[in-house]
Design a protein around this ligand. Structure first.
Ligand SMILES: Cc1cc2nc3c(=O)[nH]c(=O)nc-3n(C[C@H](O)[C@H](O)[C@H](O)COP(=O)(O)OP(=O)(O)OC[C@H]3O[C@@H](n4cnc5c(N)ncnc54)[C@H](O)[C@@H]3O)c2cc1C
Length: 389
């Protein structure tokens, strides 16, 4: 790699998803010269239920303004066991009010978040955005030399890998992973309901996975339907079959349901890393963790990565030699517990939802009975889901 034409910056953020844009924003706001390597792609059709701590973080660092200008509040969560198994769980309702909250969180379209995040970095901030990908990297004397697909090169002290599940930066950093693919996929699309769900998120638990309606204002809802890939593709291929599946899966509670957008199917997998940083590289978002979309944990965890990155950046003395390695060690240590507990929680919950084994059914039913009736446990579950304990 030629050294002569190479631009030097403090930080290079690789990946243009929500975790990457948020990381580039906090790096720039902390006063670091930053290049964001963010290839443009198809608009992200997903929506994100973000819990109050994530919403507060986004507001505190200036990524978004008032959430009401972008999304819909989530004031209730209703869980319905639709499995017809021998041991069924009772219907359980959580209301934000019982925890003295106005809402558990907010539901946003990812495209709306991405546009708001991009607008949030002020003109004149030390941020350059490059519409390309990282193709190769090598590190010499504590400096990363990056080769981009558009033929340009960069050098930098710190690389932030936000390049998703197939992360190249993770591979370059030499960070080991544990990965597992599920037979299930998730189908998402926007719906109009004859009888609106208000601000209540409704989860129907079926043997192949949950069918969830997330409030999206007025008579609209966002669907996250987890099922086998074959079932989802078959429903997707036949509009009539799709519409009747929506009606039946929602147990006819909301009348006729009309798809408003094209549906998209996402394969599901779990991924965890041995550590969240190594060798002058930190990982944020799905480059560091992936799991099925249950309990709304994915981007919430990604934003907690970015919050910890911001906290580590705030402590850095850029004049001192080796600051990036010290930051990476501190970041990896700070993130270890949260990554482990959230990964185990979601994986365990997902497997228990799918299990046909009687002990797992019994545990789930007893768990939901306890959650329904035992206030301290309800509080613990909500705090845990919000990432607070
Ligand atoms: C169906 C579904 C519903 C979900 N719902 C929720 C929810 O309600 N709440 C929640 O918190 N989470 C949810 N999630 C999880 C959430 O969507 C993800 O955690 C989040 O979008 C991941 O963002 P990211 O930026 O880490 O990764 P990505 O969005 O995958 O972005 C990675 C980026 O890196 C880029 N890239 C890849 N390789 C390179 C390279 N070599 N150079 C440069 N760039 C590169 C890609 O082009 C892409 O832009 C859901 C997930 C699914 C599948």
């Amino acid at each position: 790699m030629s050294e002569q034409s190479t631009e030097h910056v403090d930080i290079a953020v690789i990946g243009g998803g929500l975790a990457g844009i948020a990381a580039a924003h906090v790096a720039t706001n902390s006063g670091f010269s930053t290049v964001h390597v963010a290839p443009s792609g198809a608009p992200d059709a997903r929506t994100s239920a973000l819990m109050m701590p994530s919403v507060k973080f986004m507001q505190d660092v200036g990524l978004i303004g008032e959430p009401s200008s972008l999304g819909t509040p989530l004031a209730q969560i209703r869980i319905i066991d639709a499995t017809n198994r021998m041991l069924r769980a009772p219907e359980t309702l959580f209301t934000a009010q019982e925890f003295n909250l106005d809402a558990f969180g907010w539901n946003f379209a990812n495209t709306a978040l991405s546009a708001a995040f991009r607008k949030s970095t002020p003109d004149g901030a030390p941020l350059q955005i490059r519409n390309t990908t990282l193709s190769a990297a090598q590190r010499t004397d504590g400096i990363w030399h990056l080769k981009l697909k558009d033929g340009t090169t960069l050098s930098t002290e710190l690389v932030v890998g936000a390049d998703g599940k197939q992360s190249k930066t993770r591979q370059i950093a030499g960070i080991a992973t544990r990965e597992h693919s599920y037979a299930q996929s998730a189908l998402v699309c926007d719906l109009a309901l004859e009888r609106p769900i208000g601000n209540c998120s409704i989860e129907f638990h079926y043997p192949n996975g949950p069918f969830t309606l997330v409030p999206a204002a007025g008579d609209k809802a966002n669907l996250v339907w987890i099922d086998t890939k074959e079932n989802l593709l078959a429903a997707q291929a036949d509009p009539e079959r799709f519409q009747s599946a929506l009606f039946e899966k929602s147990q006819r509670l909301f009348g006729a349901i009309e798809p408003l957008t094209k549906s998209h199917v996402f394969p599901l997998s779990a991924l965890s890393v041995a550590k969240a940083g190594n060798n002058g590289i930190v990982l944020v978002g799905e480059s560091a963790h992936a799991f099925p979309p249950i309990g709304a944990q994915g981007l919430n965890l990604g934003l907690r990565d970015v919050a910890d990155l911001a906290a580590c950046l705030a402590l850095v003395n850029r004049q001192s030699y080796g600051w990036a390695d010290r930051l990476v060690a501190q970041y990896a240590e700070t993130r270890a517990h949260d990554l482990m507990r959230t990964g185990h929680f979601v994986d365990g919950l997902f497997k228990s939802l799918l299990s046909d084994l009687l002990p797992a059914q019994a545990l789930r039913s007893v768990g939901l009975w306890a959650l329904k009736s035992f206030k301290p446990l309800r509080k613990f579950a909500i705090e845990f889901g919000m990432g607070r304990n």
